[in-house]
Design a binder for this molecule. Structure first.
Ligand code: SAM
Length: 346
């Protein structure tokens, strides 16, 4: 698909045409990754962060956040819970937290690989090549790092350097490093960032294919009034008819187009989407191209502080409640819970 075609889909409001897109994406999903929905247990291991992302509720400049960092026993307890709930993967995510040393994470990865049958996915931000390599050597399987937007002007505005010595790294270059090191690589964008045009979102979707991503996670941008972007103090001005809305329907379009562009990728129906439509968002994402969900296994006492944006879905649930809820949702659309680690089909 060329950019103008992608952009045409993004702009369309014709409900018959959209039905066509949903059907096409669902057929491509079935033909390429089947009916299984893979479950990844999401463990939010720290909300400390050294970055000043203008969109994110846990950015280092927010004094609204109660910070936490799990210890080794708590992380292992989370991983064991993922295994007990029969999830094929544990996804450890955090703010970019250098309170976790290279060796601490390597040791955790080694322990999870030795003590459980889980695949290990990491999502710790822009760590150095040396860290990424060490963690792969310790046994990590996958790494998630969204590039957020492929428009450099918008990216630099919403992901600023704190000072001239800031260690901020080029995310697209990191994604290439991750491939070279041997990870399965996941990336994605937020949809409807203020200043994001249809043309730039179409470029993002093209880039998913160009980077040959194994996983593609997309979700709506949800404004947090306690952040510079949410409060409106940071903004890239564009014409109002160019601005992509941060809507539920736009999120389904991007999921469907990602499926058409990358037929074999693992694509989650995300928490941010479920936040916009708590009743049916997860299911509709799965029916329009997605094949993965990431039930949260973070202990409630910590997860209430992983506040990336307001009204986050599942914020006060237990791991067991999320597990049951996801299973019922998957069965309600006549899909099957995936078995095994659910890596990218080769
Ligand atoms: N620190 C790691 C990183 O930056 O990749 C992982 C954690 S970061 C909080 C995970 C993702 O949350 C980001 O890639 C971003 O897309 C998403 N996120 C943060 N703030 C958001 C918001 N206001 N609305 C929607 N998604 C948001």
């Amino acid at each position: 698909m060329i950019n103008t075609e992608i952009e045409k889909w993004l702009r369309t409001t014709d409900s018959d045409k959209l039905e066509e897109l949903w059907k096409l994406a669902d057929t491509v999903r079935l033909d390429n990754v089947g009916d299984e929905v893979h479950l990844r247990g999401l463990l939010e291991i720290s909300n400390y962060c050294c970055r000043a992302c203008a969109y994110c509720g846990i950015n280092c400049q927010s004094d609204e956040v109660t910070r936490y960092r799990m210890n080794e026993a708590e992380i292992m307890e989370g991983a064991n819970k993922a295994a007990a709930l029969n999830y094929g993967t544990v996804v450890m995510q955090s703010g970019e937290d250098y309170g976790f040393s290279t060796e601490f994470i390597s040791n955790i990865v080694r322990r999870i690989k030795q003590e459980t049958p889980l695949a290990v996915t990491l999502s710790f931000g822009e760590r150095s090549y040396g860290d990424l390599k060490a963690w792969k050597e310790a046994g990590a399987d996958r790494y998630l790092l969204r590039f957020e937007t492929s428009n450099p002007e918008l990216y630099n505005l919403i992901h600023p350097k704190l000072n001239k010595d800031d260690s901020r790294r080029d995310r697209i270059a990191i994604l290439k490093e991750l491939k070279e090191i041997g990870y399965e690589v996941g990336s994605g964008v937020m949809i409807g960032i203020p200043g994001q045009s249809y043309t730039s979102l179409a470029e993002d979707i093209k880039l998913f294919a160009k980077l040959d991503l194994d996983m593609i996670g997309v979700g709506p941008y949800i404004p947090d009034p306690n952040t510079p972007l949410g409060a409106g103090s940071v903004r890239l001005e564009i014409a109002s008819d160019e601005q992509v809305p941060n809507s539920e329907i736009m999120t389904y379009k991007v999921i469907a187009l990602a499926r058409l562009m990358c037929p074999q990728a693992n694509i989650p129906s995300t928490t941010a989407l479920a936040t916009l439509n708590k009743a049916r968002g997860r299911e509709l994402g799965l029916m329009r191209g997605a094949n993965v969900v990431m039930p949260n296994i973070t202990q409630p006492k910590y997860r209430i502080h992983y506040t990336l944006y307001p009204n986050k879905a599942c914020l006060t649930d237990t791991a067991e409640a999320c597990h049951q809820c996801m299973q019922l949702r998957i069965e309600s659309i006549r899909r099957k819970v995936g078995q095994g680690q659910g890596g990218r089909k080769k």
